[in-house]
Design a protein around this ligand. Structure first.
Ligand code: ATP
Length: 264
């Protein structure tokens, strides 16, 4: 029977849903029952101090380490899948240490990122490469250079470019600002905002809370493996507990990101 006068609003399915994620090393818990959702085309950030469990959370979502809980990519349950099948499904991690193939050229590192599209022809891979080079002109200039000789910022760009060669639906970014100079941090965060505008959903893990909160839609604070706060990023950026602990004046991470106000 048709309903009259009632409009049912069904919220869109999140791009990524993590349910009751738990990680332990040798019986010691590093991540405890963490649940979060990354909406389609949204940026969710997880901020927290050293050792909070941020990297463990991302590695577990990617299937790199054993964990409890569930990982859903849209309607697909990835929980039992190995990492390569998660990549094929559209999930991609840019690891904290960037993990490039140092002796290989920029170009070859990028082509490895197109592994998910190996069945497609050379023309498709060339088109992907052109897109990455358009986004990162510095990589185009240095396409023949060995990855191991790149600067820190260029390495981060290559790691992100390699991930984008797989055309991920959801990008997991682990500390993209780590060890980078303020101007490069600003450039990297501008690219993160641009990716969101193009519809890529992003789960961003950062110690640089100021930069992360400026670019994200929602944020979670992870402390001792537990989510202690969560909400819209703009609200958390003004929460006295967050301000005091993560955005305090003189915080070097905050200083590094201070020109970021305009990025969001
Ligand atoms: P950081 O910001 O310093 O990278 P993090 O928030 O990413 O820290 P994790 O690297 O996930 O935190 O570490 C969380 C906890 O798990 C820490 O106590 C760490 O020592 C521990 N841990 C991480 N990896 C391992 C491992 N392979 N074996 C044993 N313990 C580990």
């Amino acid at each position: 029977m048709p309903m009259t006068g009632v409009v049912e609003i069904v919220p869109p399915r999140p791009a990524l849903r993590v349910q009751a994620m738990a990680v332990a090393y040798g019986g010691i818990a590093a991540v405890r029952e963490v649940s979060l959702r990354v909406p389609q085309g949204g940026i969710i950030t997880v901020v927290g101090p050293n050792g909070a469990g941020k990297t463990s959370l991302l590695n577990a979502v990617m299937g790199l380490i054993p964990c409890g809980g569930e990982v859903w990519l849209g309607e697909q349950n990835l929980s039992a899948l190995p990492v390569e099948e998660r990549v094929s499904a559209g999930l991609c991690l840019v690891p904290e240490r960037r993990e490039l193939f140092a002796p290989m050229s920029v170009l070859d590192n990028l082509l490895l990122g197109a592994w998910r599209h190996r069945a497609r022809g050379a023309a498709a891979r060339r088109a992907l490469l052109d897109q990455v080079f358009a986004r990162f002109p510095r990589l185009a200039e240095r396409r023949a250079q060995r990855a191991g000789t790149l600067s820190g910022g260029e390495r981060q760009m290559l790691a992100m470019g390699r991930a984008l060669m797989g055309q991920p639906r959801v990008l997991l970014l682990d500390e993209p600002s780590l060890g980078l100079a303020p101007l490069i941090v600003r450039e990297i965060f501008a690219i993160i905002a641009e990716l969101r505008r193009e519809g890529v959903a992003i789960l961003l893990v950062e110690q640089n809370a100021r930069a992360a909160l400026a670019v994200a839609d929602r944020a979670y604070v992870l402390e001792g493996g537990v989510v202690t706060l969560g909400g819209p990023a703009a609200v958390l950026a003004n929460d006295p507990r967050v301000v005091q602990t993560y955005l305090g004046a003189g915080d070097p991470a905050g200083d590094a990101a201070s020109p970021l106000g305009e990025v969001s």
